[in-house]
Design a protein around this ligand. Structure first.
Ligand code: ZN
Length: 157
């Protein structure tokens, strides 16, 4: 596994739509492994392939309940509303208020290319919405209400 360079807002790759994945390959498995490593290293809860410069429909998520890899994901149900701070590894040190559904159900392929559905509320719902938008070239900053603010992180030992 290897760390990948996280692309920062302004990089054109973050504004493009990603291609659907048709088969699992060793190269794709390596990408997924690298994305997890890169996300954990950056203390993120989600990462989409375009954030490491790859225009494929794959995201990785871990909101603290274990790793989830979603290939060709789509939201098939959503309800409720939550408003809270949201940030992005492609815009380090910043956050802003975004309103999202409080519940989403998503359908995707897992790493065995088996169809799978997941339900998420609160942070997981927010994270799924955020990551899936990256696959269509969108950043959360398009939905922020009010100004972005600075976030400071504790340095790790
Ligand atoms: Zn993001």
């Amino acid at each position: 596994m290897a760390l990948r360079q996280i692309r920062i807002q302004g990089d054109p790759v973050l504004e493009k739509s990603c291609r659907a994945i048709t088969e699992m390959t060793p190269k794709l498995q390596t990408l997924i492994d690298d994305m997890f490593e890169t996300m954990y290293e950056a203390n993120g809860v989600g990462l989409a392939a375009p954030q490491v410069g790859i225009l494929k429909r794959v995201v990785v998520i871990d909101v603290g309940d274990g790793p989830i890899c979603m290939i060709n994901p789509e939201i098939i149900e959503s309800s409720g509303e939550q408003t809270g701070d949201e940030g992005c590894l492609s815009l380090p040190g910043k956050a802003g208020q975004v309103t999202r559904p409080n519940y989403v159900k998503a359908r995707f392929l897992d790493e065995d290319m088996e169809e799978y559905e997941i339900e998420g509320t609160e942070l997981l719902a927010r994270c799924i919405c955020h990551e899936l938008e990256h696959l269509d070239g969108h950043m959360y900053t398009e939905k922020v209400v009010g100004p972005l603010h600075d976030v400071t992180y504790e340095e790790e030992d």
